[in-house]
Design a protein around this ligand. Sequence first.
Ligand SMILES: OC[C@H]1O[C@](O)(CO)[C@@H](O)[C@@H]1O
Length: 543
Amino acid sequence: MGYEKHLVGLSIKVKNFFDKFPEIYNVYVVVMISTTAGMMFGFDISSMSAFIGTTQYKNYFNSPGSAIQGFITSAMALGSFFGSLACTFVSEPLGRRASLFLCSFFWMVGAAIQSSSQNRAQLIIGRIISGLGVGFGSTVAPVYGSELAPRKIRGFIGGLFQYSVTLGILVMFYISYGLHFIDGVASFRIAWGLQIIVGLFLFFGVFILPESPRWLAEHDFWDEAEEIVAKIQAHGDKTDADVMIEISEIKEQILIDEAAKDVTYATLFNKKYCMRTITAIFAQIWQQLTGMNVMMYYIVYIFEMAGYTGNTNLVASSIQYVLNMVMTIPALFLLDRVGRRPVLLTGAVLMMIFQFAVAGILATYSKPVSSVDGDTTVRIRIPDSNKTAARAVIAMCYLFVCSFACTWGVGIWLYCSEIWGENAIRQRGAALSTAANWILNFAIAMYTPSSFENITWKTYCIYATFCGCMFFHVLFFFPETKGKRLEEIAQIWDEHIPAWKTSKWVPSIPIVSEEGLAKKLEVQHVENPSSSNDNDSETAAQV
Ligand SMILES: OC[C@H]1O[C@](O)(CO)[C@@H](O)[C@@H]1O
């Protein structure tokens, strides 16, 4: 990439700076630090939810109406949209650690501004700045995890990002819940200020993270790339079969990348890559159009429609955040067992059913009101006399959240990290598809309050319909990626294999088996010990 040439000097300085500190190589600890970015993502989702219904918040910020509240909530997603697009301009030339560092920096600055908010404008600015950080984090952390994780646990490690999102949502909601008992502005100031702690964790954590071996290899630091792969996967043993396979795969990919060196955002839409790009973008768009964030951001309003207010409402809301986190765990295993397509298809159908059910119950049993508990956003309410209908709404919301958590929640991040087939377009592609997630996240956060105010229960019909559409899109256009190597996935796209045939599809190019490749490498290694080094320098010179 053109601009990268001008940043070579800086890139070496950044690398040398981070390299001064001791590094850790336990993949779980490494990923625990990097997925703190996911925690921030989660914090950002629920940092508003518990407060929007409280008197402290309403009094201090002059009871924001639905449009203003929509903008306050969505400001963070707007920042994240720009952050995710910008991330690639840092991650590619300066390394993954630099992006994680910026993520923590923006996050902390934004949290400080939010916590000291004097008015709505300051709150919005603080949320946009924190959002920039989350945009960087949500783009780089999944890529970094998948680049560092040993291949056999890549799916699981990829899923941990979403798990930490759900953990962040839950932790922040409970912090806010606990603090809402404080009378006065300290309640939200402390909650938003506490967000700085995760920022600090990542800020200091980055110093002990190793750089991604793929980034190192792409920038000619072959020895270090090999060393890191060996330390992560085999306690430093460079002759370990898995390590050698990984290194040879990196080499192979970098040679392919040579052919596609000048990747820009436009490249993603050329004839070769267009379908993958559209699929990844839609995967993220659909993930948001499931309506999950209506439940995450505005559950308090939904339960107000069901007739719950105050503390009862907050407790009922918190249960769904627990369910979200707990039900993410089966997904970590399910996707590798049954495959991506069946999980996504089942999720779409279940979510459609539960969204229609919420709409149906509210349409049948609620009565129009002018506001609930001072919230003019809420225009319908199930009367207290009908507790069964109220409970049914809550149950349907819970079931919806469970269906999302164990299917599309984890599934989409994993899917979007693997469908590219080639490494060259992966970082750019991930940035673009993550940005699509954020822009839709923004739109949903922004317009849901107005939608509740104007079309009440029909809001759910819209999302239910989207769930139906995504079912057919996945059915006809999303290839199966479970258990497939990058080369195989690339072949599926290149040969236009129909998506519904890809589960059982057998590649025509024989892909070398793990044992085969290990043996091949072993033979080369024993017969000509110097050759691998020669190859290294040759490859490095070409790159
Ligand atoms: O767990 C729910 C959360 O997961 C996301 O969809 C990201 O994958 C968020 O937008 C949402 O708030």
